[in-house]
Design a protein around this ligand. Structure first.
Ligand SMILES: Cc1cc2nc3c(=O)[nH]c(=O)nc-3n(C[C@H](O)[C@H](O)[C@H](O)COP(=O)(O)OP(=O)(O)OC[C@H]3O[C@@H](n4cnc5c(N)ncnc54)[C@H](O)[C@@H]3O)c2cc1C
Length: 424
């Protein structure tokens, strides 16, 4: 079945758009009044209600999209969806490496997104979902439909005396969204200031910085299933967040497009200053006068001093994840390298600092003319101009092999490697 399915109740003007197996939009006319509900089905009886609606013998009859729109016209024309061919992607990714998309479309609504999915399905064209392009390395031309998700809008739903669930469309730029929440007094995301990219990708790898991760404030996300267009809601337990991980990078990889993400924020959320140099940055402000905005500004200053600005030099932030090793391995490494930073984790494993391992292997500041390893932060690979994705990947592999040779530790890329050229 393809979603949405439009239904009308016999002899009434009540309509339903079934968005997925556990989601429907309902419109009822009561005299002059119009009631609309977006229903997310959490329990079995609610899901059974959806199944009952879809039963052929019940009181609900399937109608066309046009009939549905005649009763419930949103009064807004959907902009036409354009499919461009052979689009240069350098400006769409922060690495800025030249690569061509076979097809490219920008979607701003759920309807457009579903139309694009149908277009690709009909032509058997693979998909590459693109947000802000700040966490991907394109190894060559992309033989796919590159779908740039630009669904916008921020929504606040107050909860209790001081809290709110604040949701944002996947296409909202992350930093702009964080600034907007702070402007409106909704606190919690300040330590995640200045992370590039868009809201939609933030749960993909559970973005994190300065002691906070998206999962710490996550409420829910809405995603469209690529296979049938069904709109589903995921809560924290379905997302299976981990360190730079979620279910969308593992079991559910390539199956969903995230369209909206919601966060639990609070006017009275505590300030988190115990990580990195935040406390030092705030030293001139008395503790009792420090605000969430101060923490955000401190994080911004620290990030600007350490990380290369992608508008100046191409990069995708940390190229590698910090590796985790068993305690016994960590113990041996500590004996051989007493100054090695180690961070014990719950369950006994130990996290190591990938940047330190790379630096000790002699790569910091390494240059291959068009690309190299950043001079201030060895975890970041940089593109000066003119490199191919494969050249950057060859450097990444050399770094991984060298760290493995010196320490016996296998590094893993954090950045998504995109290989969708015809020969791949
Ligand atoms: C200078 C710099 C600093 C950074 N610092 C940090 C940091 O501190 N912490 C951190 O965690 N990350 C950091 N990053 C990495 C990056 O900013 C984040 O991972 C960000 O969330 C990526 O968002 P994006 O919109 O650019 O995703 P993209 O690069 O466009 O996509 C990333 C992946 O998500 C998929 N995707 C994108 N949007 C959607 C969607 N709507 N639905 C389904 N799949 C989607 C893509 O297909 C791809 O696989 C940094 C990057 C840079 C350049």
């Amino acid at each position: 079945m393809e979603y949405p399915v439009y239904l009308q109740m016999t002899e009434t003007e009540n309509v339903v758009a079934v968005q997925g197996p556990s989601r429907f939009w309902e419109g009822q006319k009561l005299g002059q009044r119009v009631l609309q509900h977006d229903v997310v089905c959490h329990t079995w009886p609610e899901r059974q209600r959806v199944l009952d609606m879809l039963e052929p013998d019940g009181p609900w009859t399937r109608i066309s999209k046009e009939s549905f729109n005649r009763v419930w016209s949103p009064g807004v024309e959907e902009p036409d969806l354009e499919f461009e061919a052979h689009v240069e992607l350098a400006r769409w990714t922060t690495f800025g490496i030249s690569s061509k998309a076979r097809w490219f479309a920008r979607v701003t609504t759920l309807t457009q997104l579903r139309a694009a999915l149908a277009w690709a399905k009909e032509r058997e064209v693979p998909l590459l979902v693109l947000g802000g392009g700040s966490n991907m390395l394109l190894h060559g031309d992309v033989h796919a439909l590159v779908l740039q998700v630009d669904i916008r809008g921020v929504d606040v739903s107050p909860q209790g005396a001081t809290g709110a669930i604040v949701s944002a469309g996947a296409g909202e730029p992350w930093h702009g969204f964080v600034m907007q929440t702070l402007d409106e007094g909704w606190h919690g995301l300040e330590n995640l200031s200045l992370i590039p990219g868009n809201v939609g990708a933030s749960p993909m790898q559970n973005i994190g910085a300065y002691g906070v991760e998206v999962k710490d404030h996550f409420a829910w996300l809405d995603a469209v299933r690529i296979e049938d267009g069904a709109l589903e809601r995921f809560d924290t337990s379905n997302c299976q967040f981990g360190y730079r991980e979620s279910v969308f990078k593992r079991e559910e990889r390539g199956k969903w497009i995230i369209v909206r993400v919601a966060f639990h924020l609070d006017r009275e959320s505590p300030l988190r200053m115990g990580y990195g140099a935040i406390e030092h940055e705030l030293a001139s402000i008395p503790v009792e006068r420090r605000t969430h905005r101060d923490v955000s500004e401190a994080v911004i200053r620290i990030r600007q001093s350490k990380l290369p600005d992608p508008t100046v030099v191409g990069n995708a932030g940390s190229f590698f994840k910090n590796p985790t090793v068993p305690a016994a391995v960590a113990q041996k490494l500590a004996e051989a390298h007493p100054s090695m930073p180690q961070y014990p984790q719950e369950g006994g494993a130990v996290k190591l600092a990938a940047g330190w391992l790379i630096e000790q292997s002699g790569w910091k500041g390494h240059s291959r003319e068009t690309h190299g390893v950043h001079e201030k932060q060895a975890l970041v690979l940089v593109h000066f101009g003119g490199a191919t994705g494969q050249e950057v990947w060859a450097l990444a592999q050399d770094v991984m092999a060298s760290v493995h040779g010196k320490f016996g530790v296998q590094l893993e890329p954090e950045v998504n490697q995109i290989q969708m050229h015809p020969s791949a």
